[in-house]
Design a protein around this ligand. Structure first.
Ligand code: MEV
Length: 316
């Protein structure tokens, strides 16, 4: 038996703009994880994939090319030069909230890829995991930038520009985020498509917003690397204001963002595709309990507090 895991993620700055070639920053959230376990199955029965939290069990040999887990499993088995339908039982579980902007689909696939490599006695490099998971992201999200598969595959903060190798970077000082669900499902596929349609109507306005977001991402990276993460607060606020303008926030997300700020967060924004899903708030140790309580009182179904640890720079 082998097991493997992958973390959830949040985007700090740059969602949506990243689809159009601007940089974005994402960090892993190890408080929530996806796990994959491979055991030997019944001889002659082929590969059975059981994804309890997704409510799906299927035989790999019968799954179509619209099943993301099957697409990733087949691509990984081919990459490893293994049988197309080995007699393996694969169990997938996840504590990452689904449809929340925390990369649950990408993380389950990353855990699956790593477990298949482990079963073959190999350890994949993060770039290979990311490439294999991207195939599922295309089915889940249509035209993904690739940031979600990248951050869950690397498991470290990443500076991501579409089409370029990601830069894994480090925080000189730790900082803490409260991650709250909005209680509405995130609709990444729909919001990405809606932004695309609106940008076609008004490319100059949208590109100007994306350029502003790119500048925020650059300032955020400098603040993190130089040990001044408190500067992220106003950057989150500004990024949220632009996301409101491009039409991906909701009244509920706006209310929760305002509640977090009132309770002492240094800044807050929606995180991920929007239309629902998650928000993140920058908190210090003193403010964290009050911000958590305020978010729950304002209707957030859950709040996860995570610290982005300081690490030596550069990170391998
Ligand atoms: C989704 O986590 C982030 C978006 O920018 C979409 C993408 O990058 O593919 C909204």
């Amino acid at each position: 038996m082998v097991t493997a895991s992958a973390p959830g993620k949040v985007i700090l700055v740059g969602e949506h703009a990243v689809v159009y070639g601007r940089p974005a920053i994402a960090v892993p959230v190890w408080e929530t994880v996806a796990r994959a376990q491979v055991t030997l199955g019944v001889a002659g029965r082929g590969c059975v994939i059981q994804a309890r939290d997704l409510g799906r069990t299927f035989a790999l040999g019968e799954a179509g090319d619209d099943e993301p887990l099957a697409v990733v499993a087949r691509a990984t088995l081919a990459h490893l030069g293994l049988a197309v339908d080995p007699d393996w039982q694969i169990d997938l579980t996840s504590t990452i909230p689904m449809a929340s902007g925390m990369g649950s689909g990408a993380a389950v696939c990353a855990a699956l890829v790593r477990a298949l490599f482990a079963q073959a006695g190999e350890t994949p490099d993060p770039a290979t995991v990311s490439d294999l998971v991207y195939r599922a992201e295309q089915i889940y999200h249509g035209t993904p930038s690739g940031i979600d598969n990248t951050v869950v595959a690397y498991g470290k903060p990443v500076w991501f520009v579409r089409g370029s190798p990601p830069v894994v970077f480090a925080s000189a000082q730790p900082f803490t985020l409260a991650i709250a669900g909005s209680g509405e499902p995130g609709l990444t596929k729909q919001t990405v498509a809606a932004v695309r349609a609106r940008r076609q109507e008004n490319p100059r306005r949208y590109d100007a917003w994306f350029d502003e977001i790119a500048a925020l991402a650059q300032t955020a990276r400098t603040a993190i690397e130089q040990g001044a993460p408190a500067q992220l607060g106003p950057l989150f606020d500004y990024n949220h204001a632009i996301l409101q303008q491009i039409g991906v926030s909701t009244p509920r997300l706006d209310r929760l963002v305002a509640a977090a700020r009132r309770a002492g967060a240094a800044g807050a924004k929606l995180s991920g595709g929007g239309g629902g899903g998650n928000l993140i708030a920058l908190v210090d140790d003193a403010a964290a309990p009050a911000v958590r309580a305020a978010l729950l009182a304002a209707g957030a179904p859950r709040v996860i507090v995570t610290t982005v640890a300081a690490q030596p720079f550069p990170v391998a």
